[in-house]
Design a protein around this ligand. Structure first.
Ligand code: SF4
Length: 249
């Protein structure tokens, strides 16, 4: 069984390399981090005030009564009712979906959509160990949003160079995505370059930190300048601009 936070779409991918591409999202619950530095304040169902990222409802087990345990067949059935075209992209996100990499139902889901020739993206923080043992796994695109010190997680927990290298060597089109805020941009630039010195043939996207349009606008110019300076690409966050970060669109 997989713990599912939400399945929604059809919509468009709001960020990263496939921005604007029609997609259905399968959001898995649980994460190995909390990323309090992303500064999203929220209230748990029992009224506790906490801070995390903008998908806190998929991360914090205080919301587990809202999560559903589904197997791959049940997930495929829900998705099939949403499919606006037979080859729509499937985005597996979280929380941290690679917590389920060893789960048979997770692998069945990947295999099903890859064999049906959907583009499958896994949105991951790339901090967990994984192995590629099957050909279909190598056809998945990994959007690796590696966390930096602005997440307030420890470096040991955030950075797993072996996994990043493995993804780049076993898959094609996978990429790194970093969330950048202008207030600590020099420090962040150093951190990113430090990670990249251990990796060959990477593709990097930078995104402005923020869960509101104002926060994104405040950070975006500095992030664009950093992208130009280093030969990285800029990714906007369309879901925030268009839907104000509302769930399920
Ligand atoms: S790794 Fe991603 S999903 Fe997990 S807490 Fe951090 S930002 Fe949220």
């Amino acid at each position: 069984m997989l713990e599912i936070n939400e399945i929604f779409g059809p919509t468009i991918q709001g960020e990263g390399k496939l921005i604007g591409t029609p997609s259905i999202f399968i959001r898995l619950s649980r994460c190995n981090m909390r990323c309090k530095g992303f500064n999203v304040n929220y209230k748990t169902p029992n009224g506790e005030l906490k801070k995390s990222c903008d998908t806190y409802y998929a991360v914090d087990s205080a919301f587990k009564n809202e999560w559903q345990k589904l197997n791959s067949k049940e997930i495929i059935k829900v998705v099939s009712k949403l499919e606006a075209n037979p080859k729509i992209d499937i985005v597996i996100t979280g929380g941290e979906p690679l917590l389920y990499w060893q789960n048979d139902e997770f692998q069945k889901l990947l295999k099903y959509y890859v064999e049906k020739e959907h583009q499958v993206t896994i949105e991951t923080n790339a901090s967990l160990d994984i192995d590629f043992t099957e050909d279909y796994q190598k056809k998945v695109l990994f959007s690796m949003s590696v966390k930096l010190s602005n997440s307030l997680e420890t470096k040991r927990k955030r950075i797993n160079i072996d996994t990043i290298k493995k993804v780049f060597s076993e898959t094609s089109n996978s990429y790194l995505k970093f969330v950048v805020n202008k207030s600590s941009i020099d420090e962040i630039e150093k951190e990113i370059l430090d990670i990249l010195k251990n990796i060959e043939n990477y593709e990097v996207y930078l995104m402005p930190l923020g869960s509101t349009v104002d926060e994104i606008n405040d950070n975006s110019k500095a992030v664009i300048n950093m992208a130009i300076k280093n030969g990285f690409k800029y990714s906007d966050r369309l879901h925030i601009r268009i839907w104000d970060n509302k769930r399920g669109v």
